[in-house]
Structure formats: C-alpha cells, structure tokens
Design a binder for this molecule. Structure first.
Ligand SMILES: *Cc1c(COP(=O)(O)O)cnc(C)c1O
Length: 397
C-alpha cells in the first residue's frame, strides 16, 4: 500500500522526532521515580521541574500553576468537578458553557446535572461563535463556573477568549477553558486573557498520548480527582509519567517556537482544500473563516453520508474524519454541526480534514482529486440525492 496521507490531526498527531528521542532516555536509563531520594530519583525530579517550566512558559503561566495529568479529558474533569463542588459548598449551583464543547466537558456537566446543578448552554450562531451579550445575560449570583472551549475540535472556530475572560473576572466567576486544540497551534496567554484554569494535551501537538496538564491560576483552588501520594502538590496522586511529561514539554516548546512558520504552512494547505473542494456543487464550509484554527477544514456535502466518504478515502490511504473522533461510530450527527444550524441530513455529510506541518501540497492535490470523485459516486447511489435531483426534496446548501 502507498504511504498514508494522515489528515486527522485534531484527532491525534504523530509524535515529533524530538519528542520521541526525548522520551527514549526515560524508557532506558532514566527510569527513576521522582519521589525517590537517590540520585536517579532526583534526576527524574529535575526533569519534571524543567518540564513544568517549559509548559508554563508556553502559555505565559508560572511553573507552580501547572499540574500534570493523564491528558485533556482528566484536566477537563478535574477543573470542572472541583470548581463546581466548591461552588456548591457556597450554595452556587449554576454553570455556563457552550453548546459545542468536547464530550469531556459536556458529559462531565451531565454528571453534575444529576447532582442538581443547573447548566446554561450558550448557543453558537451560524459561524460557530458564542455571543458575548449572551454570556453577560447568563451570569447570575448563583454562577460558580464558566467553561468555554478555546477552539473547537470539529469546526476549528476560535472563541473570543479575551472578552470572555474579562467578563468572568469582572463578575468574580471562575473561568475554565478547554484549550486542547489551541495550545501549540495559536498563541495562548493565560494572563492577558484572564484565564483561571486551562487544559492542554500532549498528543494534539506532536507529543505523546496519555499526558496533559491543567493550568490553575495562583489563588484559585482545585481539589484532586485522584487521591493517594503527595505528587503534584497533593492535587494529583500517582507516580509521575516522567517520560510522557518531559516529551510533551519538548513537543510544546517546539510547537511554540515554530508556531508562526507552522501556521503559515498549514493555512496554505487548508486554503487550497477550501478553494478546491468548495467547487463541489451543494457543498458548504462549516465554521467561521476568520476566527479559525490554521489546520482546520470542515465541509458538508449534501446528499451523502460522511462515514461512507471516509471509508472510501481510507481505501486510498487518506485518514480523515467526519467530525470528532469521539462520535465516530455513533449514528447521531455531530452536536457541533447541529448547533451551527445544519439540518440532520446535511450534518451527516461532513468531512473534517485537519492538517499538520508534516503534510504536503502534493497530498492536498491527491485529496482534491479523490474527494470530488467519491462525492459524485456516493451521490449517484444515494436515494436522497435522487429525490433532490427530481425536486421532491429541496436543497438546503
Ligand atoms: C482531544 C481533546 C480532548 C481530550 O484530550 P485527551 O488528551 O485525548 O483526553 C478534550 N478537548 C478537546 C477540545 C480535544 O480536542
């Protein structure tokens, strides 16, 4: 089989050479436990300290504001559950979020609703952005948390984080942002944006899977999700994954150092896709054009099933996605595409292509050759497309 064309980088990324080599020494000689007093253990501790400084610097935080976790999902759970329960203790049981959050946020909020919390889901409009006026209106004296993602994993929209942070700070409400898609891809500054808590994950910026971090601003209190030893200042028990943590820090440092160059390369590839695949009749770009991650392409094609498109692309060695990796395999259309107002039947026909600096223009040309062919083929065998052609159904896009 020919070389894979991997364009599912919002799902996960390939590890960079540098991150891989940084990890190897821990699997070999540097296997110490950072809690041990002997020199091997103390060296592990030094690597953790260094990694904490590197991760903090990448988002303009202080090292003691960084807690290492097992990834984005754990960081999301820890920030939300802990802040909600602290709110509950003060009689505040109202949370504000957006309707297009990752399931790590939405399903955590479902658990809190079972405990009696009230959750307001801010709508996003056609372009996938929340409205600041909606947020202002939603905050009450019972609000204990605002949790709104930095950038969306399906349609790539970047929320007005600075404005959200300012409103929350002024209102005295803790603000958490799931920044898993943003960190390492676009500039993120927790101080300028008044962010109280933020989650990030190694495998979304060419680091390893199973490792991430939670930023918690000095003065904001969080409680542990996992009890045990005193690691991470008593906030996250368990022997530290030094190999993963250090490797993630190396990947993040590189991602930030090369951010401008990488973004430029990605935008070139992404815009080539947008320009060429928009030529397919009855297609539509999802999400805002301007406030968009450099690597994200997401389009709907009327009259087809995204899943079928993906499987046929896979036959050509093209690894893409129809939305979020987490909802693949379920028959429900993406909650994000429904939230931007797409009808069910159109939301089913989506294609997400998320590029990385490892992709080439030649790969995009291949994608732009195969996608129109496959869409045409799928439409030919689609009963819905047939009815659209006969005028029995109306085109929506
Ligand atoms: C991938 C992702 C997560 C989950 O991160 P894991 O490290 O895979 O647990 C959470 N939120 C967003 C927006 C993501 O893209």
């Amino acid at each position: 089989m020919s070389k894979l064309i991997y364009v599912d980088n919002a799902g996960t990324t390939a590890m960079s050479k540098h991150a891989k080599s940084a990890m190897l020494k821990f699997l070999d000689k540097e296997y110490g436990n950072a809690s041990s007093l002997h020199s091997l253990g103390q060296r592990a501790k030094e690597y953790l300290t260094k990694a904490r400084e590197m991760v903090a610097k990448a988002i303009n935080a202080l090292p003691d504001e960084i807690y290492f976790t097992s990834g984005g999902s754990e960081s999301d759970n820890m920030a939300i559950l802990s802040t909600a329960h602290r709110g509950k203790a003060k009689g505040k049981m109202h949370i504000i979020t957006s309707s297009i959050e990752h399931h790590a946020v939405l399903h955590t909020l479902d658990r809190l609703k079972e405990e009696g919390f009230e959750v307001t889901y801010l709508p996003v409009y056609k372009d996938g952005l929340i409205k600041i006026a909606d947020l202002k209106k939603a905050i009450t004296d019972k609000t204990c948390l605002v949790t709104i993602m930095y950038a969306n994993n399906e349609i790539g929209t970047i929320q007005p984080i600075e404005k959200i942070g300012k409103i929350c700070r002024d209102a005295g409400v803790p603000f958490f942002t799931d920044a898993v898609q943003a960190v390492g891809h676009i500039p993120v500054d927790v101080k300028v944006n008044n962010i109280d808590m933020l989650s990030l994950s190694g495998h979304k910026f060419h680091g390893p899977k199973g490792v991430g971090a939670l930023y918690v601003r000095r003065g904001v209190m969080v409680d542990p999700l996992i009890s045990g030893g005193t690691q991470e200042k008593n906030r996250r028990a368990g022997t530290e994954n030094v190999a993963g943590i250090y490797s993630m820090a190396v990947a993040l440092e590189d991602a930030v150092k090369n951010m401008e160059k990488n973004a430029k390369a990605e935008i070139k590839l992404r815009d080539y896709l947008i320009e060429n695949l928009s030529k397919i009749p009855h297609s539509k770009l999802n999400g805002n054009k301007e406030h968009r991650l450099p690597n994200n392409f997401n389009m709907c094609f009327e009259g087809i099933e995204g899943e079928s498109l993906l499987l046929l692309l896979d036959d050509y060695g093209i690894c893409a996605s129809s939305g979020s990796a987490c909802t693949s395999g379920s028959l429900d259309p993406s909650h994000v595409l429904l939230a931007i107002g797409l009808p069910h039947e159109v939301a089913h026909g989506s294609l997400r292509i998320t590029v990385s600096p490892y992709n080439t223009m030649a790969e995009m040309q291949k994608i732009c050759k195969y996608v129109p062919q496959i869409v045409e083929y799928l439409r030919k065998i689609s009963p819905i497309w047939d009815r659209l052609q006969k005028g029995e159904l109306k085109h929506v896009i």
